[in-house]
Design a protein around this ligand. Sequence first.
Ligand code: HEM
Length: 412
Amino acid sequence: MPDNAAPPFEFDPLSADFAADPHASYTRMRDLRRPYYYAPEDTWMLTRYADVRALALDDTMLRSVEGLVSPEEQRALQIKGGMHDMPYHERYVQQNMLDIEGEKHDRQRKLVFRDFTPALVERQRPYIQSLVDRLLGPLIEAGRFDFVNDFAAHVPGHVIGHILGVPEADSPQLRRWSEHVVRYYNVGRTAVQKQQAETAVREFHAYLSDMIAQRHKRPTDDLMSRLVEHEKAGRTDADETISLAMLILMAGHGSTIDVLGSGLHSLLRFPDQHQRLRSDPGLMRSAVHEMFRFESPLPYFHRFSTTEAVVAGQSFPRGTRFGLLYGAANRDPEQFERAHQFDVGRQPVRHIAFGGGAHFCLGNHLARLDMEIIFTALNQRLRQIALVEQPIYKPGLSVRGPQALEIETQAV
Ligand code: HEM
């Protein structure tokens, strides 16, 4: 281990201060100009855009330690991270496409990327528009609501569920399961959260097994039927069908809710930018990208080095765990002019909120379409939006978004 593992300052991602402003800590870490060792996760944190992007694109840097260390060492790491004694989670979540490498990963990725195309996403436009209109109507009439929990929370799960073929009435349940699973990936994991995550995966598994059995008997034109077709043709196995469906339903659920909340909060914090977007709707695409850059909803992922590696000018042994702080990289002044200013017309916005390289996000088109439709609807239907109180952001390192966003609105 390099001799600068002792922390030069305290970094506490579970603190209220960090939740209120993670960028102050990210700036201090970036200013070190070398990785910061975060002992609770045994991880070297990277905050500079160039370093984070280089690691995301480096195919010697993997998400999984399988094959890199002995099975005994792998088990020890799993126990150290609290990821053991949870059979359903180990089988269907820890083994999903996001967390595997090599042939298995590439095969699954090729199949789902072929099915989950930008054209398929674009075909959801009328459904998303009608869902948004239906949800917004009564809220606008009421004139005061919590944008995150009364509105945003009901959109992404319904949309991705619609694509997979999940009945709309089941979406709230899927959201609860997703939340319990995703929360367990945050820092500061507790025993209660562990049990909730395992229970969620067990119930989710039972639900999806039923749905998959129905598609085996009577295929339809939804994405679940495509996954089942791959299984029937021997391109995937039964476990992979479940874990892929689970991953697709979970991966962009909470994160899209979070960036809807932080995106609207950014517009309200910078009224000149909000006005600029209202006067020029052609800026919507860049505005949405800027929302992802400014407050990246999934700010932290990891990689393990499979060789001895020089990272940010420093040598690290094989098997080192690195933290890719996408949220920090997206505010790096060496990459972005006026990095801490929210600019809806920023061109080009080469942010890294969807990752890069072998694990680049499957759902980025869908998340952006949800956002474009929603912010267009808000601009068209509301003359005025005012914050009722300052939002409190969720604690931790793995997610970024307001817990609630209470607003008062005036219809046009
Ligand atoms: C707010 C929206 C979203 C954000 C910020 C986001 C971000 C990311 C990031 C950063 C990664 C790469 C992780 C890494 O580098 O280790 C990723 C992967 C992934 N995302 Fe998303 N995502 C979003 C929405 C979605 C949606 C809506 C879906 C599903 C339709 C989705 C499905 C996936 C999948 C399947 C992967 C794994 C790809 C692989 O391992 O090959 N994401 N996402």
